[in-house]
Design a protein around this ligand. Structure first.
Ligand SMILES: [Zn+2]
Length: 341
């Protein structure tokens, strides 16, 4: 086993991955055929090739438009977890989905969530990979649409739905716009996180903590521009869900050895590694570990921290968390011993 194989094989938990960004290109093509949705190319391998964020968002929307029946959602949820296990030894994931991306096309919320839950339960049964769901506010929706989405989530809530998050372009629509949606989610018992400080200043992290009540921060790279916010995150033991490849591509840190994740780790922040929209960026959770840890020359101790940080930052019950932590630490240590031998 070489070091890259070791990085792929270490047990992982993922806290930042969007269901709609995990659809296999071949499945995308098949679902488009099933629903008679025209595609820009008949070359399956080229479906996820794009040079600009606009082109990416167009394909992202097109992928979502092929998810219509409950069985479509079940299939992509299952395959997404199957890929995580096969390519990166994924044990458990807290996965985002965007309800309004589907409901605004006329797909009932129940169809979306019941399909996803069926796929998750099948993956648990057949593969032993766990998953919970986080409904995401889409920032370019209005605050009223976001609040109505939260009400819909709370009104039909299988046990797998545990949290509320927020994504979409950050700069034009700052977090404070969605205070009401987050307050309602908190009152309804959902855990809270948000994409923040990815392409916007550190004050958005402060807003997410103080105004929205977020418990985690997704991305957070620009935090390094404000030492006071870094100190606050350190004092609070805040967890950050970082995504090397997607942000390297979109926000211009193509050289991973210079990606701000390195600075966040050096500052002592609780960093976790995640794949964001893996198939759409030609990556997977195993590759994220390989690419980042190789570029930053991280040894096994740092890799172990990444693996266990994700368990500690997860929203599992304390009992499940300590069981998973124990199992993953043992599996990691056995692999580390094998690597040394
Ligand atoms: Zn994301």
């Amino acid at each position: 086993m070489d070091y890259a194989q070791f990085l792929r094989r270490v047990p992982k938990v993922e806290l930042h991955c969007h269901l709609e960004g995990t659809v296999r290109a071949a499945t995308f093509a098949e679902l488009a055929g099933k629903h008679r949705i025209p595609l820009p190319t008949s070359e399956v391998d080229s479906l996820y090739d794009y040079d600009t964020i606009e082109a990416f968002l167009e394909i992202f929307g097109l992928v979502a438009s092929t998810l219509i029946d409950e069985e479509d959602f079940e299939r992509v949820a299952f395959e997404s977890l199957e890929d995580g296990q096969r390519l990166g030894n994924l044990k458990y994931r807290e996965m985002f989905f965007n309800p309004t991306l589907h409901t605004r096309r006329g797909v009932p919320y129940r169809t979306v969530v019941d399909g996803l839950v069926a796929g998750i339960r099948r993956a648990d049964r057949e593969l032993g990979v766990g998953c919970r769901l986080i409904a995401d506010v889409y920032r370019q929706d209005s605050p009223e649409v976001a609040l109505a989405m939260v009400e819909e989530v709370l009104a039909h809530r299988p046990d797998e739905v545990i949290g509320l998050g927020m994504d979409g372009a950050e700069a034009p629509d700052p977090p404070e716009r969605f205070a009401a949606a987050f307050a309602r989610a908190k009152a309804g018992g959902l855990r809270l996180t948000s994409h923040a400080c990815e392409d916007a200043p550190p004050k958005n992290i402060v807003t997410c903590l103080d105004v929205l009540g977020c418990e985690r921060i997704d991305h957070g790279y620009h935090i390094l521009a404000d030492q006071a916010v870094v100190q606050r995150a350190l004092d609070a033991g805040l967890y950050f869900t970082c995504c090397p490849t997607a942000t390297a591509r979109v926000y211009g840190w193509p050289d991973l050895s210079r990606h701000p994740i390195g600075g966040m780790v050096a500052a002592g922040l609780n960093v976790t590694l995640n794949s964001d929209d893996p198939t759409m960026f030609h990556t997977d959770i195993g590759r994220e570990f390989v690419d980042l840890c190789t570029a930053l020359e991280y040894g096994p101790e740092q890799v172990r921290s990444f693996c266990l940080n994700s368990v500690d930052g997860s929203w599992l019950d304390e009992g499940d968390k300590s069981r998973l932590r124990r199992e993953m630490a043992a599996e990691f240590d056995a692999l580390h011993a094998e690597l040394g031998a």
